[in-house]
Every structure is written in C-alpha cells, then in structure tokens.
Design a protein around this ligand. Structure first.
Ligand code: SF4
Ligand code: SF4
Length: 295
C-alpha cells in the first residue's frame, strides 16, 4: 500500500463505492453491519446496548450476535439478495477491537469467499495502537474512531470507565489513557494510507464548545472526515435525562468545522446489524432473532 502521506489509492477507489464515505454513493451502494462484537472495553455515559427483535434504529442495537461462521452465512445470503452490496462493516454492538478475534476471523472468512468486498470497522480507539498494523494487513481501508474530547476533564464527564489490559480506570486517568490511544492509533492508520472517519457525539454543555478543537487535531493527524452526531439520550443510559442535541445545533457545528475538514451530512446513526441502502434498513428481512449472547 503506498500512502505518500495521503490515503492509499485503493482506499480512495473504494471510497467512491462506500455509502458513508461518499455522499453520492449512498443512493447507489449498500452496506451491511455484522454484529459479531458484543463486548466493550469502555463505558460511555450515552451507551445502552440492546438486543431486540423490534425496529429501534440507533447504534448499539442489534437483534442477534453472530459467530464468525454465522456472519459468513448471513453475508452470503445478503449478497445474493442485495446486488448493490459493496461494504461489510463491524460496528458493534460493542467495540470491534474489544472482540478482535471475532472481528478478524469474520473479515478473513468473508475475504476468502469474496475478494471484492470493502471492509470497514468502527471503534472507540482504545486498542488501536495494538491492532493498527493487523487492521492494515487484513486489507481494511476504512476505519471510524469515535473521539469525543481531547481534554481528559471533559472526557471524564463522558466516560464512566475504561478497562485497559485487565485494569479498570475511572475519571480523568481513564480518559487520558483512552484519548492518548485514540490519537496514536489514528496517526498509525493514516500514515499507512487508511481513510479514517472520526465520529464525535455532540453533548450540550459537556463537549459542544470543545468540538472545533477536536476537529482541528484529528485533521492534523490525517483524518479524512468528521461525523458530528447528536446525543441520543438512550433509556437506561447515564445520560438518559440529558437533552437530545438539536439538528440545528449539529448543522451549525458542522458548518464551522467544514472550514477545516470534510463533514458527513448523511449519517443515519444505524443499528449494529443494519443492512441495505442508508436510510432504507432491510435488516428485518434477514433476522433470525435468536440471540447468541454468550461471549
Ligand atoms: Fe457503548 Fe460504543 Fe461506548 Fe462501547 S464505545 S460503551 S459500545 S457507545
Ligand atoms: Fe454510515 Fe452513519 Fe450508518 Fe455508520 S451509522 S453505517 S457512518 S450512515
């Protein structure tokens, strides 16, 4: 892969067929998320992971958790049914890298079956410095990292705890470890030509005024775009009583940050098992509704 200080040629070619990385592509190309990553190694105060058999649509929600072999079988079924499928992503319901063996095996199995799939994964970034090289070797050219703060004091209001190498950390120290790894991992990936999208959850009176600083920093480390998303105060989460960020505030923040870096305007905040064109979820057609939640 030749990066030359920018994105690899393959990553740029693939981005044209990736519905999240190209606004034009999202009307034409489909993606599927394979829910093979149930565990998480941090605790965000806005998180409420949920296994359902209904139709709630937001990150962290899935109807099933799959083993890599089951994920391959589902991929084969979906590829047969949805001809516009170009992208397979691992987006939870926990963290792709906190379940690295499942994530890696799933991608490897699908690659053996079909060599034309574009892979992406999303992560909180805690384990990126450890796995960045393997991610590149696997041929994953698109990675999303959620980075909500650079300031550990602000981070300590967003993250309840971080479990790193078997030790649980809380407060400012937890946020320091997470932020250090996120930024280091981001730079490791972009230096190897990976296109990195940075998600930022905008939380009123917590990190909203800090977002332009986060955007400038991730740009300096080579990020391709940022996706500033509203806080959805999920029931049962620590932020349940917080105000949902308005789309007016999101649009204003994106307009400010667009002066620095590409902004994603078409994110649908999809489920961890979403399938199809963005905004036209077909996951219900492919659900078995048998949870396999023994990981
Ligand atoms: Fe939930 Fe994702 Fe945060 Fe983990 S990183 S706690 S899965 S929102
Ligand atoms: Fe794309 Fe946003 Fe959906 Fe992820 S959540 S697949 S970035 S539209």
């Amino acid at each position: 892969m030749s990066a030359c200080g920018g994105f690899s040629k393959q990553a740029m070619e693939q981005a044209k067929m990736h519905p999240c990385y190209s606004e034009d592509a999202h009307h034409t190309f489909a993606r599927m998320h394979l829910p093979v990553a149930p565990k998480c190694n941090i605790s965000c105060n806005y998180c409420n992971r949920k296994y359902d058999c209904m139709n709630e649509s937001r990150p962290g929600v899935t109807s099933e958790v799959l083993k890599p072999e089951q994920a391959l079988a589902k991929f084969i079924k979906v590829k047969e049914a949805i001809k516009q499928l170009t992208v397979v992503g691992i987006a939870g319901p926990g963290d792709a890298l906190a379940n690295w063996e499942q994530t890696k095996s799933t991608i490897a199995l699908i690659k053996q079956h079909s060599d034309d799939v574009i892979f992406c994964l999303s992560t909180n970034g805690l384990m990126l410095p450890r796995y960045a090289d393997e991610i590149v070797e696997l041929g994953v050219n698109h990675v999303t990292i959620t980075i909500n703060a650079l300031d550990p004091i602000i981070g300590s209001e967003i993250y309840k705890h971080v479990v790193y190498d078997g030790v649980a950390y809380e407060g400012k120290h937890a946020a320091e470890i997470l932020i250090f790894n996120q930024l280091q991992g981001l730079e490791m990936l972009t230096k190897k030509g990976v296109m990195v999208k940075v998600n930022i959850v905008m939380i009123r009176d917590v990190n909203d005024k800090h977002i332009p600083e986060v955007v400038k920093k991730v740009k300096s480390l080579g990020a391709f775009m940022t996706n500033i998303m509203p806080l959805i105060p999920a029931k049962g989460s620590a932020f349940e009583a917080y105000t949902q960020t308005s789309m007016k505030d999101i649009k204003e923040m994106r307009a400010i940050c667009e002066l620095d870096i590409n902004q994603m305007h078409h994110c649908k905040q999809c489920r961890a098992d979403a399938i199809g064109l963005l905004g036209q979820d077909r996951s219900i057609e492919f659900r078995e509704c048998e949870t396999n939640n023994d990981n």
